[in-house]
Write a protein that binds this ligand. Structure first.
Ligand code: UDP
Ligand code: MG
Length: 312
């Protein structure tokens, strides 16, 4: 058994074969400067581009590399969750595998941790090389989250952050299926602070967050931390009821003029509002259903676990 590491670095990896060697080299260079023992948990989220082999190759050379290989793609947030489950360090750092989060910033995070902070998140002061669409949707996303959720999630922070072991222990007990980790790590409380950094361009490859995944991520964030969409039906109901009183004289005039147009508009409007409200309800019911099924959050490929046990 290796000595217990002070730090765990977690990288979720989904088809990042070109980034893995550089990520490993840069993280190693930074972490070796701490002079303390550390481990690198690389979570392979069902990659199909040779990332798995690249991770296993690193592991064969360096005992600090701890691979967790998923049976299929479970998604970014779940991959990070698995990393937290497998981590052993007193402080745990989550970092993207595409080098958009510069590993050098880890030293700043550690510095704050040593000052006594238990959650140190990295805030993007600048974002390089991302499309206006990504920037626009990201800003809209953070605004919306601020507006409708009950937790005060800092603007422009991603999952790049350091968590104290105490925080990791609490997070590991929160087994909700639809996970929004940056919300969860604020919700738990503890002493929190931020460190600014410049978000870089991807080193290689392209984003693994297409619009569809972004929308699912945003709806997990909102439903996970707010009832606002459920209350929306009630607000819209009040508004429609209020409007209908005001509309009485207008309707009378239209009626006298022999027009049916208003009836059609009212039916379509209310029909739309009702369907949207039903859909929002459905979002919550679907999530309830997922919780009730209580399936495991992720599945690790068996052969590798056996191998880990043998060596560990
Ligand atoms: N990722 C993952 N599973 C997924 C999608 C992404 O593990 O299903 C990883 C990905 O390899 C990267 C990190 O999550 O290390 C962030 O993804 P990406 O860089 O594509 O997101 P973006 O920076 O564009 O928001
Ligand atoms: Mg990225």
């Amino acid at each position: 058994m290796n000595e217990k590491p002070t730090y765990t670095i977690i990288a979720p990896i989904y088809n990042e074969v070109e980034n893995i060697p550089v990520l490993y080299a840069r993280v190693s260079e930074v972490m070796d400067q701490t002079g303390e023992p550390w481990e690198f948990v690389m979570v392979d989220d069902g990659s199909s581009d040779g990332s798995t082999a690249a991770i296993l190759e690193l592991k064969s050379r360096d005992k600090k590399v701890k691979p967790v290989i998923f049976a299929r793609n479970f998604g970014h947030q779940i991959a990070v969750t698995a990393g937290l489950d497998y981590s052993q360090g007193d402080a745990v750092v989550i970092i993207d595998a595409d080098l958009q989060d510069p590993p050098e910033v880890i030293l700043d995070l550690i510095q704050k941790w040593k000052e006594g902070y238990e959650v140190v998140y990295a805030t993007r002061s600048k974002r390089e090389g991302e499309s206006w669409f990504k920037l626009f949707t990201a800003t809209a996303f953070y605004r919306l989250i601020q507006l409708v959720t009950d937790v005060n999630i800092p603007m422009n922070t991603g999952d790049f952050r350091l968590l104290d072991r105490k925080v990791v222990q609490v997070l590991n007990q929160m087994r909700e299926k639809h996970r929004f980790l940056r919300g969860m790590s604020v919700w738990v409380g503890f002493k929190q602070t931020g460190v600014e950094y410049e978000r870089k361009e991807r080193y290689a490859g392209e984003t693994k967050y297409p619009l569809k995944k972004m929308i699912r991520f945003a709806s997990d964030a909102i439903t996970g931390f707010s009832y606002f969409p459920l209350q929306l039906a009630m607000y819209l109901g009040f508004i429609a009821a209020g409007l209908s009183i005001i509309a009485i004289p207008v309707v009378l005039i239209f009626r006298l003029a022999g027009s049916q147009a208003l009836t059609l508009i009212a039916v379509l409007f209310l029909g739309g509002v009702q369907l949207i409200s039903l859909g929002l309800l459905g979002e919550y019911i679907g999530r309830l259903y997922d919780e009730a099924k209580d399936r495991p959050l992720y599945i690790v490929r068996e052969d590798l676990e056996v191998e880990q046990d043998r060596e560990g």
